[in-house]
Design a binder for this molecule. Sequence first.
Ligand SMILES: Nc1ncnc2c1ncn2[C@@H]1O[C@H](COP(=O)(O)OP(=O)(O)OP(=O)(O)O)[C@@H](O)[C@H]1O
Length: 367
Amino acid sequence: MYLKEITLQNFRNYKEERVCFHPKVNIITGKNAQGKTNLLESLYIMSLGKSFRTNRDTEMIGFGEEYCKVSSSSFKDGKNLDIEIVISKEGKQLKIDGLKTSKNIDLLENVYMVIFSPEDLKIVKDEPEKRRKFVDRELCQLKPVYYRNLSRYKKILQQRNSLLKQQDVREDILSVWNEELAEYGSKIILERKGFIEKLNLISKEISKGITNGKEELALFYESSIPCRETLAQQKEIFMTKLNSSLKNDLFRRNTSFGPHKDDIKICVKDIDIRHYGSQGQQRTAALSLKLAEIRLIQEETGEDPILLLDDVLSELDAERQNFLIHSLAEVQLFITTTEISDELRSNLPEGQTFSVEKGAVTNCNNL
Ligand SMILES: Nc1ncnc2c1ncn2[C@@H]1O[C@H](COP(=O)(O)OP(=O)(O)OP(=O)(O)O)[C@@H](O)[C@H]1O
């Protein structure tokens, strides 16, 4: 699939803009703070219904405006796919091929997108939350049911934690939340475990490719509860742990374990590179994870995801840049950069360059 065009109204610093894209490579150039990332953000919300840089939808409404509207037209499976998103203070309205839908979840499985930004280069050494977000975002795209389970888990966790903060905790209510937390938490653990096993195999191969066989990545799911094979077994051990840590949870007024505390360990030759890896190893690992994410979407869905590279190429050395570009022959690419080097230009296949200035996009030359 590929994105044919996007129309923006009051979206961040764009008043009214319509941009038609190339099916292969689209390079968006411009000085700082002109609207390059804003344009990528408007594309990204077509896949998950939300931004990659904020949880508050209303932040995307242009200053002083009442609403913003983003409409896209894509080409998928031999036909057009039209998506429209309107965000106002009252909420969000979505339309897919002209039909109204109320939830982000209905957008999933329509447009697959992967974003790679300098923030992602820190995925290896940042806090566990970053790595959980990476896994969750990916699983939500691949499995809408995961999106539903995760939302439910977060709500129950919030309710359980509020209950733990009360003076007299009602044990009958707590046991209802425990039951639900174990149910949804176990589903999440099993999905994450399976996902990381698959990602591990793919990223191993990719990291070997980047380093000419010198280094091989290994990923491990570090769950705060031991992993089991079936949902029933997983739920049983979750419940046991909830009961045994009740005193601790009551004392801390918080749920001390569960998928919200989990992490992914990333190793090269048995060394945890979060703590002991060089910056180069951490970058190779981040690049391998991103490329593995794309390959996994291709394998699981048969679709080529769209890749958004937000100002990340300049952060990679020439060797890693080349590896990235040459691994991506089939996918539609959007690259933002303040400057496009001659070397990069000569390495890219066919495409189109655009220039952004103060929220206005101009078509420049073909690559
Ligand atoms: N809700 C909003 N309404 C209007 N303008 C906004 C809104 N949110 C952000 N902006 C403006 O958008 C601009 C930033 O755009 P963007 O993040 O796309 O920059 P960029 O071109 O990617 O720059 P850089 O190269 O520095 O990353 C800033 O001038 C900022 O003030």
